[in-house]
Ligand binder design. Structure first.
Ligand SMILES: O=C(O)C[C@H]1C=CC(=O)O1
Length: 96
């Protein structure tokens, strides 16, 4: 199943720089592993914001929920999820 996910990151201003850097490094490592596995299909920065739009390809709601909760930045993100399905007017024969 495909999901459109928007993540807005808000790190506390009081968070020590070293802790923030470690969280971002851990997040990057996991994000890149999930992309290599094909679960995190697209990852785009929203210009001018500490936010991204992503497309996930996972088995279902439960897997997506567990994946998002496993992200190191999860406690510091507002996450909006939109389930996707094929559009009948799409000319693409595959998902992308
Ligand atoms: O920077 C972000 O948008 C938050 C998060 C998503 C992937 C990643 O590496 O960090």
């Amino acid at each position: 199943m495909l999901f459109h996910v928007r993540m807005d990151v808000q790190l506390p201003a009081a968070m020590p720089a070293g802790q923030a850097a470690q969280l971002k490094a851990d997040e990057k490592a996991l994000a890149q592993r999930l992309q290599e596995e094909g679960k995190w299909r697209h990852l785009w920065r929203i210009a001018g914001q500490y936010a991204n739009v992503s497309i996930f390809d996972v088995g279902g709601n439960e897997e997506l929920h567990a994946l998002l909760m496993s992200l190191p930045l999860f406690p510091y993100m507002k996450i909006d999820v939109t389930p996707l399905c094929r559009h009948p007017s799409s000319i693409r024969t595959n998902d992308f």
